[in-house]
Design a protein around this ligand. Structure first.
Ligand code: NAP
Length: 297
């Protein structure tokens, strides 16, 4: 049995990154550069409103200039592409974030591909996806897997030669996470298995993991008997479950059965308070980096 000190405090690590980003922003401002981030939101998805609001407030705290464009649900793909084109050309804008989900009539992949790679702070443009796969560190890595990577590094979890099992092969978390950790590079060089809905005996894969990363979107999926004692467990999932005691009628939980897994894990992220704050921290970091690149002499 381990004590709650096995928690990986995502909030504290995110604060550390925010301090570094704020220092970088101040340095840019001293040489006359105001880093800028544009948010694009289409429709009135309540979760998107909350996410963009949180990112706007953090940007203001760190000294980033922001601009938010809210478009109606019925906006056409052509209109959205036109806006992305204008933001690509706007010198005040160093980073562009198109908040997911987009309405169904819009091809999200087409929109992400239209964001200039140098302003693609979300890391979804195929140029940046390709760079990540090739181990070219010049590109932008999607914020959530980049945040998980930083959590592991800054918590001193050994990654090189580790057995890593990732649950989920989504384009936003699972696939880029695997691409990061298989690189022949420092803080990577792991042996990575990616599991999905067609994986045979998924629990057996999980039990081999030194680092288990759950990114499926299935509440409480990872049970205690799926975790090797001493393993590091990272819970990326965000799931709404009904909770009559909550004012909203629901609460957010992760993909890991935290109460039962925490006592046997070597290290574990709480959820909330683990991966979530890191996603925002990496977005801010990427934006400051985009501004520094764009204005380097
Ligand atoms: P996604 O694209 O929907 O991918 C989910 C993956 O999980 C798929 O590969 C799917 O398999 C697999 N899966 C689902 N149910 C499964 C089951 N019962 N058995 C085996 N595999 C199963 O999701 P995503 O966008 O990557 O996001 C994953 C989770 O992370 C979600 O809960 C999301 O809310 C959360 N998230 C959190 C943050 C954050 O900041 N904390 C950021 C982004 C996402 P198939 O491919 O076979 O269908």
């Amino acid at each position: 049995m381990t004590t709650p000190t096995n928690l990986i405090d995502g909030r504290a690590i995110a604060e550390e990154i925010h301090r570094e980003t704020a220092a970088g922003v101040a340095e840019l401002q001293q040489r006359g550069v105001q880093p800028g981030l544009a948010f694009v939101r289409v429709g009135e998805d309540p979760a998107s409103q909350v996410y963009v609001g949180m990112k706007e407030r953090m940007s203001a705290r760190l000294g980033l200039w922001t601009e938010t464009r809210v478009l109606p649900e019925q906006t056409s793909e052509a209109e959205l592409l036109e806006l992305v084109g204008r933001l690509n050309a706007d010198p005040r804008v160093h980073g562009i974030l198109v908040q997911a989900p987009l309405p169904r009539h819009i091809n999200a992949a087409k929109i992400y591909a239209a964001v200039a790679p140098a302003k693609d702070v979300d890391g979804f443009n195929p140029v940046n996806v390709g760079k990540l796969m090739l181990g070219d560190t010049d590109g932008f890595v999607p914020c959530t897997p980049a945040g998980v990577h930083e959590l592991l590094i800054r918590s001193g979890v050994p990654i090189e030669s580790a057995e890593v099992v990732i649950l989920g092969r989504g384009n936003i978390v699972g696939k880029p996470m695997a691409a990061l950790l298989i690189q022949k590079a420092r803080h990577a060089n792991a042996t990575v298995t990616v599991c999905h809905s067609a994986t045979r005996d998924l629990a057996a894969h999980c039990r081999r993991a030194d680092i288990l990363i759950a990114a499926m979107g299935v509440a409480g999926f990872v049970k205690a008997d799926m975790v090797k004692p001493g393993a590091t467990v990272i819970d990326v999932g965000v799931n709404r479950v009904a909770d009559p005691a909550a004012k909203s009628g629901y609460r957010l939980v992760g993909d890991v059965d935290f109460a039962r897994v925490q006592p046997l894990a070597g290290r574990i992220t709480p959820n909330p308070g683990g991966v979530g704050p890191m996603t925002i921290a990496m977005l801010m970091h990427n934006t400051a980096r985009a501004a520094a690149h764009a204005t380097a002499g």
